[in-house]
Design a protein around this ligand. Structure first.
Ligand code: ADP
Ligand code: MG
Length: 400
């Protein structure tokens, strides 16, 4: 995967449209977590240092093509100005006169942030006229929104028909480099840890990774569909009945490829998913689970998974090991986060909840790469082509 990057663009004195992912949690005008804004700073600063005048475009939430003041990006302009320590002019609309006026106000070396792109139905419809209007005030295009690269929208794909001078931003390039290595040339042993609520959203990832990894460690609710297929007692644990046969196929496929597929051997069961609920650790074949449900992996499983992780040279992790939002069921996920962080392996963590779990465990800075794009990283690891990447020109000499 060698895409042209912002390093290869001529930026001096030019107007650059940068598609960023500022889809941050905002409540009553207050930003809950500015990680995504910070993640875009290297690209924005790089463009500023190289003399560009910047137009930033992003979506926020799902306004479905209509103006919704609760989903305005205005609070982001304020936060961005603080982080950059320079003025950010907010354009009340993503196209037309408000943009022209904002561009007139910033002068050279300035930053304009456009209003939520999805206030226009043309954004998600990848409408040609809307894409053209987005492109109009710019000379070149940079896509730094990895989290939106799996969508073929006007600001991620259509715009490139009107701004041929295009490239990947620094965040996008880092995502490609780290995720691309997992698929292309991972140092071995390569261990994948998959958990979370459902197998259904992660089937492609499992299938695509099985051909590349040495071991697959399964945790979270996902394990219970495997247990069901093996005839183990699952009580009221979260099972996807439609996927019971699929887990048998996964087990066969893993065996055929020589991949060690590991499932929990013990778990923490409870009668309700609530703070303060009574819980007990049982072996997974213990019928004493009754009609309770499994909410975390147990200590024996933690020890086994930690050992597998310690031996790895490449690790990819998606999906928590239990209902980590509740303290009683967080130890499995936290222990795995600590083990991944302590390992010398190249480690990549993706998925909104997994990233939150790593942050909660306080080890985010010891992970090689934390992917910013939940859905996009899953599609990438599932072997899908991301439309927002496909449209970017290839590098002259591979730089990312
Ligand atoms: P990510 O966002 O990292 O991709 P997912 O969204 O797939 O992860 O899964 C995260 C959710 O899975 C969390 O809300 C967590 O509570 C839930 N979960 C994990 N283990 C269990 C379990 N044993 N039973 C029910 N839910 C679980
Ligand atoms: Mg999630």
């Amino acid at each position: 995967m060698t895409k042209k990057t912002i390093h290869e663009l001529d930026l001096d004195g030019r107007r650059v449209f940068i598609r960023v992912d500022f889809n941050v949690p905002i409540r009553d005008g207050v930003i809950g977590d500015d990680t995504r804004i910070r993640a875009a700073l290297p690209t924005v600063k790089y463009a500023l240092e190289h003399g560009a005048k910047i137009i930033l475009g992003s979506h926020l939430g799902r306004p479905q093509g209509a103006v919704n003041p609760a989903l305005s990006l205005r609070p982001v302009a304020t936060r961005l100005a603080e982080l950059l320590d320079r003025p950010v002019i907010f354009a009340e609309d993503a196209t037309g006169d408000p943009v022209t006026r904002a561009m007139g106000q910033v002068g050279s070396g300035g930053v304009v942030l456009l209003e939520n792109l999805r206030f226009h139905p043309g954004e998600e419809a990848n409408d040609r006229v809307f894409a053209q209007a987005l492109a109009a005030p710019a000379d070149c295009y940079v896509n730094d929104a990895f989290g939106a690269a799996h969508r073929a929208h006007a600001s991620t794909t259509g715009i490139v028909n009107h701004l041929h001078d295009a490239a990947a931003g620094l965040l996008m390039a880092a995502e490609l480099r780290h995720l691309g290595t997992l698929l292309a040339s991972p140092p071995r042993p390569f261990v994948a840890i998959l958990g979370g609520a459902k197998i259904s959203g992660k089937m492609e990832v499992i299938e695509n990774l099985l051909g590349r990894i040495d071991a697959l460690l399964i945790g979270g609710a996902m394990a219970y569909t495997f247990f069901k297929a093996r005839g183990l007692p699952v009580g009221h644990s979260l099972v996807e009945p439609a996927l019971v046969d699929t887990t048998r196929a996964i087990e066969r496929d893993a065996a055929a490829r020589g991949v060690r597929l590991e499932l929990p051997s013990d778990h923490v069961v409870t009668d309700r998913l609530e703070a303060g609920a009574a819980c007990e650790t049982l072996d997974v074949d213990d019928p004493a689970i009754g009609d309770r449900l499994g909410a975390d992996i147990g200590p024996a499983t933690i020890a086994r998974y930690a050992a597998a992780v310690a031996d790895a040279r490449t690790i990819v992790w998606n999906g928590p090991m239990g209902v980590f939002e509740l303290d009683a069921f967080a130890p499995g996920t936290v222990a795995v986060a600590v083990a991944v962080a302590a390992s010398k392996a190249r480690s990549v963590v993706g998925g909104g909840d997994s990233v939150a779990a790593v942050a909660r465990a306080g080890v985010a800075d010891q992970i090689t790469h934390i992917s910013t794009g939940g859905g996009a990283s899953l599609e990438f690891l599932g072997g899908r082509r991301l439309p927002g990447l496909e449209v970017l020109p290839d590098a002259a000499e591979g730089t990312c």
